[in-house]
Design a protein around this ligand. Sequence first.
Ligand SMILES: Cc1ncc(COP(=O)(O)O)c(C=O)c1O
Length: 496
Amino acid sequence: MAPSDPDQSATPYADALRRHRDGLRGPFMIPGHSAGVWGSTDRLIDFMGAEAVALDIPQLLPGVDLEADSPYARSRELAAQAWRAERTWFLTNGASQGNRMALIAAAAFGDTIVAQRSSHSSFFDGLVVSGLTPRFVHPTIDPVHGIAHGVTAAQIDDALDRARDAGAKAAAVAIVSPSYFGAVADVAAIAEAAHRHGVLLIVDGSWGAHFGFHPGVPASPTQLGADIVISSVHKLGGSLTQTAMVHVTPTAPAGLASQLERAFRLTESTSPNSLLLASLDIARAELASNRMGLEVSLAAARRARELVAASSVLSLPDDDFLRHPDVIALDPLHVAVDVRGLGLTGAEAKARLGAEHGVFVEIASEHAVVALVGAGQGARPELLVDALEALASDSATDAAASPPAPRPPQPGEAVLTPREAYFAPSELVAADAAVGRVSTDLLAAYPPGVPNIVPGERITAEAVAFLHAVTRRPSGYVRGAVDPLVAHLRVVRETA
Ligand SMILES: Cc1ncc(COP(=O)(O)O)c(C=O)c1O
């Protein structure tokens, strides 16, 4: 690790891009847009801005990212220090890439992974590429809000015992914290359980890049015993869309960092975008050195909660969430609002907020919408609450007319590993005929992108009905579907 107490306000990589731009006179190399120097990129500049085009430079440049002590290397060191990690990778294919990297790296340590079933679909893609056999732990479903929160240390302990008794060589435990709804799991206790069994803990911390940077937010999983932490910095951390980080912590086993490095090479482009990488450099500097930034967003989120609490038609589901044993805290920047008092479902409120008020919230459940306040942003909570309250007047009739939100199905029986099923001979069949067959594909209603059918699981009538109901909803989208209406599914071909 680099020397302690670094200046976290420094942005060495972003500064190096600017220096390169200032010295660039004759770009006879990629990118072909010539950074605008030859003046033939007017349409691109008109759209992107001249500065963005000028700073879009290729990899492997001396003084930028080539040398072992390059500004890029320094920027990654600063990020590792900010999150108290041993080493940090900058990703330009999202936390989705991070999940694939983590699982490929973990496969060097065993053949099985104990994982939260409500993980993001990219985690399941990681199962396909790594070949790890999952043993799932099912989160409790919140009966009021119809959403899955997290898992407990006791559940993980039990699953690891059962994996050992079945003769499996568990490599890792994988959990998600915080959840899409901001619910925080007891990472420290889960880390203890994983390490007692001699396995790694991977935390998909995609929704909590800002954790650990202010006393008003929960601690980062990097400080709670996790070995690998995946962080979708673009979600709430302030970097550009598609950027993320993977951290390996100082207490992780020897050899894990080099496996992650290999997995990074396997999954990353050889031409990661310099603007995206610089945005990670700047987001880290802001999180780690601008305490006021987080204070402003915490104040905005607090004000939003106050306004909701004072409303006669809205309420806060926070206490409902905290009643679940798998939730030990909530991220203050995820503001969940119970909209039942509007006579609308969460999905209806979300759709109408956007269409009628230009107010866009991140996600909706049956009874709630979740508004996010990005770290460092001073949002205007009044805008959200006023728009929500304005939906109340004529909503009762709409609510009666719309179908109830579909409930996620129970998983089907696992017959093959995700990798076996993915590469098995397959055929496309009509959705009705797919019931009882083994899926080769992963299908996940989005958001939240939690898989409803996993490769290797038998397709149930309940899952097909759920996915069809999702496609009928206004913003319904099923990731992994062969066709948008899920009329057909790909299944393992049966031999006669
Ligand atoms: C828990 C979780 N992990 C990973 C991802 C993937 O993140 P990205 O969009 O950065 O690839 C998401 C996306 O929503 C997510 O919710």
